[in-house]
Design a protein around this ligand. Sequence first.
Ligand code: GLU
Length: 470
Amino acid sequence: MSSHESSFFEDVVRNFDKAAAFLNYPQGLLDQIKVCNSVYHFSFPVHTESGYEVVSAWRVEHSQHKLPTKGGIRYSTSVNEDEVKALAALMTFKCAIVDVPFGGAKGGIKIDPRKYTPDQLQRITRRYTAELVKKNFIGPGIDVPAPDYGTGQREMAWIADTYSALNPGQIDASGCVTGKPISQGGIRGRVEATGRGVFFGIREACNNKEDMKRLGLTVGLDGKRVVVQGLGNVGYHSAKFLQDSGCIIVGIAEFEGAIHNSKGLDVLSVWKHRTETKSIFGYPGAVELKNGLDALELDCDIIVPAALEKQITSSNAPRIKAKIIAEGANGPTTPEAEEILNQKGILIIPDMYLNAGGVTVSYFEWLKNLQHVRMGRMGKRFVESSTMQLISTIERVTEHMLSYDEKMRLTHGPDEVDLVNSGLEDTMISSYNEIHSIWKEKKCPDMRTAAFIGSINKIATSYMELGIFP
Ligand code: GLU
C-alpha cells in the first residue's frame, strides 16, 4: 500500500461516514458504532519439516451491541490487523442489515494454507482455538467463528472439537462455531449459502423494471452476460446458480489468470478442469487472459467479484463495461472506484448485503445447535398428513382424482434444507427491498450508503434503547 492509498478499515469508515451524514445521531454514538471494541493479536509456534516457525493470528470483535459476535476466519498471507478490523466491522453492518441478531467479528491467520500438510493445518487450527479459549474470545454466547477465505468445514470441525474438549460438559458447545460438517452439528445448505444469497440478490436487482430500464438492460436473469472473479466457494456457487437460471458466464478469473468465451463457459466443467490441472488455463475453446484482473474489463452485463478486497480501483474503474457490480467478496470496490462507477451510472449491489447469505444460514445453524434438533424434524410429517387429508376431502367433494406425482408434490413437508433455503430467500428479498426503499427515500448516491443507513439506524436504536446513549 502506498502512503496516499487508504487502508481497508479506513475505506469502511469512509463509507460509514458518508451514510452517517444523512442521519442525525450524536457524534459519540457514531464513534462507538464505528470503533473495533476488542482487537486480539497473538503469535504461536508451529513445527514443520523445516523447523519452528512463528505464526501471526488475530481475532477482532467489532461490536458487542448484540451477542454473540460473529464472523469468519481467514487463512491467507495477506491477513493483517487492518484487514481483520475492516472485515469485522463489515460483519456488524452485514448482520444488522439482514436482521441476524449478532455483533460483528472476524479472525485471521497469516499463512498460505497450501504450504502446509493437513496435519500441520490441524495443529495450527487447534492451537488458534485454544488461544481464543484462553482469552474468552470464543463460545456460543461470546463469539462464533465460521469459514472464510482459505478455510472450510474441515477447519470448523477442528475448532468445534477443540472447544468442546476444553469445555467438558458444556451442552451448547457445538454452537461455538458454524459452517461445520453435518456430522458435527452443521446444517444442510450452509456450504452453498453465500453463493445462493448472491444469486437471490442479483435476481432481485434484475427484476426491478425501473432500474433495468435506467441501466439499459432487460428485466430478469435470462441471457445476462456475467463475469465471475474467483472460483472458490462463493464464486463457484454464485456462478452455478446464475447459470442454472439462464445467465451466460462469459468470463471466469482466478489468481493465475482468466478465461473468456462470449458463447459461455460451463461453470462445473471449468471447476473440474481447474481442480484436475491446478490451473484455469487450457480449458477448451476459451480465450486466455494472463492477468486475471483484465476479466473485470470484459464486455458483459454483470461482474461478480468473489475473491478479495480492493479489486476494482480508480485505475480500472473507468474501463469497466458492466452495468451491475454484484459484490460477492467483502470490500472489492474502493471508495474512489465507487465514485467513478456511480458517475457512469453503474449499479453496485453492496457486499454487506449481497454476501450476507453465509452468515444468515450460520444463524440458522447456531439456532439448530442451541435447539439440539434438526429443523423440520417435528413438523414435516404433520404437514404431510394434514395436507393429504385436505386433498382427500377436495377429491371427494369434486370427484376429481389427482395423480400420484401431483399428490407427492403437494404434500411434501419441509426438510431442513427446504426451510434453510426458504429462510435465506425471504431474508435476501426483504433486505433488498428495505435497502432499495432507503436508497430512494433518502436520495443517497448509491445502495451501499443506503445499506449503511439501514444498519446504523438499527445499531443506534439498540444502543439508545439500552439507555447507553440518550
Ligand atoms: N465469512 C463469512 C462472511 O464474511 C461468513 C461469516 C459467518 O457465517 O459467520 O460473511
